[in-house]
Design a protein around this ligand. Structure first.
Ligand SMILES: Nc1ncnc2c1ncn2[C@@H]1O[C@H](COP(=O)(O)OP(=O)(O)OP(=O)(O)O)[C@@H](O)[C@H]1O
Length: 411
C-alpha cells in the first residue's frame, strides 16, 4: 500500500466538524400493501431444488420465505446479485417451479395447482426467442391467434403494439434482419399483445450492450405504463431496476431485504448490504466521523458522496448546514475531509471521477471523488476544465452529504 496516504484527523474525522446527514426513516417492508388482495400476493414462498445427484441430499433452497404484493398496474423489480433467487421466485409465480412452502395468489385466488397456461400471465426472457420463420407482425400476432382473436382485430392490435414499442413500419420485416434491441422490442410487443394480467420479465435487457440497455429500459417503462401492464421484472442491474420499476425489491441469499420506491431505497437503504449492492462505496462509523449521538450507525458514502476540494481549504471555510438540511452540489461540502493519493483520473459523463486511496477511518481503501470546478479549475477561454489531478498527487477529499445516507451499523 502507498505509505503516503494519511488521514487528516485534525480536520474532522475524529473532531470538530460534524457531518450532518438527513436521516430518513427506513420504510418497513409491508407485505399487506396491496388493496384488498387485488393483484399479486406472495406469502412466505419457499422454492427448493432437490440435489439431482443425490435425492436425499440437502439440495438448494433458492427462495426462503419471501412475501410481497404487486398492485394492479404496478411495476416491481426484483433486484439482487447473481444466484440470489430472483429467477426462481419469478418462475414460481409463473407456475414453472413448484413452491415448497407459502402461497401465491392473484386477485385473492390461490394459484396452487393452476398450470402455467391458465394463469393468464405473460413471460419475456433475456433472449426474446422469436419465431424465425415469421415476420415481425407474425411474431406479435402469435399470442392473439392462440387466444382465438380474429385476424382483422389482431392486425389492429399488432399495429398498436408496434407503435408502443417504437417499431411502426416494421410489420413485414423478417426477424432475422433485426438488431438485438429491435428483437427485444418485438418480443415485448408479442408479450404485451394478449394483455396479460401480469407480465413476468426475466432479465429482458441483459443480452444488450450498455447504451442500448439504458435506452430500452426507459422505453420498456414507457410501454408498460402506456399499456397499464402489471409487471414483475427481474434484474441484477440497479440502474435498470430504478428506471423501469415503481418499487424495487432487493433480494439476497433467497430473502427479501427491502422493498421501496427507487428514491426511498436510494436515500434510506435499510442495511449496509442493501447500500453496498446499490453502489455505496464506503462506510464510516458515525463515531469516527464525528456524528453527534449517532452510535450504532454508519455513514454510507455513495458514488457522488465525495468531492475534491483544494488542498489548502480548511474546515473553517466550509459551508454550514443546519441539522436535517439536504445540501447538494459543491455548496454541500462540509468540513469532514481526509487527504489521500490519486490513483487515476477519468473524465466520464461530463465530470472528472478521481480514484483516491485514502483512509476514512477503517484502513486505506480506494474511493471515487468527483472533481469540481471549485477544486481548482483551469481557465480555457470561456470554459473551465474540471480539476484532473495526476496519479501520485496528494489531494483532499470532502463529503457531499447529498450523496450520502445513514445505515444501521449492525445490519
Ligand atoms: N433447476 C435448478 N436446480 C438446482 N438448483 C437451481 C436450479 N435453478 C436455480 N438453482 C439454484 O438456485 C439458486 C438461485 O438461482 P436463481 O436462478 O433463482 O438466481 P438468480 O438470482 O436469478 O441468479 P441469476 O441472476 O444468475 O440468474 C442458485 O444457487 C442456483 O444455482
Amino acid at each position: 500500500m502507498d505509505g503516503a496516504t494519511v488521514v487528516d484527523r485534525s480536520e474532522g474525522l475524529d473532531g470538530s466538524a460534524v457531518p450532518r446527514v438527513p436521516h430518513l426513516p427506513h420504510e418497513p417492508h409491508d407485505p399487506t400493501r396491496s388493496p384488498a388482495g387485488r393483484g399479486l400476493t406472495v406469502r412466505d414462498v419457499v422454492v427448493h431444488y432437490p440435489d439431482p445427484a443425490s435425492p436425499r441430499g440437502p439440495g438448494t433452497t433458492a427462495v426462503r420465505g419471501v412475501s410481497l404484493d404487486l398492485a394492479p398496474g404496478e411495476v416491481l423489480a426484483l433486484l439482487g446479485p447473481s444466484g440470489c433467487g430472483k429467477s426462481s421466485l419469478l418462475r414460481a409465480v409463473a407456475g414453472l417451479e413448484p413452491v415448497a412452502g407459502g402461497s401465491i395468489a392473484w386477485d385473492g385466488r390461490d394459484l396452487a395447482g393452476v398450470p402455467v397456461h391458465r394463469r393468464g400471465f405473460g413471460l419475456m426472457f433475456q433472449e426474446g426467442q422469436l419465431f424465425p420463420h415469421r415476420d415481425v407482425a407474425g411474431n406479435v400476432a402469435f399470442g392473439l391467434q392462440m387466444a382465438g382473436v380474429k385476424r382483422s382485430a389482431a392486425a389492429g392490435r399488432v399495429a398498436e403494439l408496434l407503435d408502443v414499442v417504437g417499431l411502426s413500419g416494421y410489420a413485414q420485416r423478417p426477424v432475422a434482419t433485426l438488431s438485438g434491441g429491435e428483437r427485444q422490442r418485438v418480443a415485448l410487443a408479442r408479450a404485451l399483445a394478449p394483455e396479460p394480467q401480469l407480465l413476468l420479465l426475466d432479465e429482458p435487457l441483459s443480452a444488450l450492450d450498455r447504451g442500448l440497455r439504458d435506452r430500452l429500459a426507459a422505453d420498456l417503462r414507457a410501454a408498460l405504463v402506456a399499456t397499464g401492464t402489471t409487471a414483475l421484472f427481474v434484474t441484477h442491474d440497479h440502474d435498470e431496476a430504478f428506471t423501469v420499476a415503481d418499487r424495487v425489491a432487493v433480494m439476497d441469499a433467497g430473502r427479501l431485504l427491502q422493498v421501496a420506491a427507487p428514491e426511498d431505497l436510494w436515500r434510506a437503504p435499510a442495511s449496509r448490504r442493501v447500500a453496498e449492492f446499490l453502489g455505496y462505496q464506503a462506510f464510516v462509523a458515525q463515531e469516527a466521523s464525528g456524528g453527534a449521538g449517532a452510535g450504532g450507525e454508519l455513514l454510507a458514502i455513495g458514488p457522488t458522496g465525495l468531492v475534491l476540494v483544494p488542498a489548502d481549504r480548511g474546515p473553517g471555510e466550509s459551508s454550514d448546514h443546519g441539522p436535517g438540511a439536504a445540501p447538494d452540489g459543491p455548496d454541500g461540502v462540509v468540513a469532514w475531509t481526509a487527504i489521500g493519493t490519486v490513483v487515476r483520473s477519468a473524465f466520464r459523463r461530463g465530470r472528472t471521477e478521481v480514484t483516491v486511496e485514502v483512509d476514512l477511518g477503517s484502513g486505506p481503501q480506494r474511493v471515487v471523488a468527483l472533481g469540481t470546478p471549485s477544486a481548482g479549475s483551469v481557465p480555457d477561454g470561456a470554459t473551465h476544465h474540471p480539476f484532473a489531478p495526476a496519479p501520485g498527487e496528494r489531494v483532499r477529499v470532502a463529503l457531499d452529504l447529498a450523496g450520502c445516507a445513514v445505515v444501521p451499523a449492525d445490519s
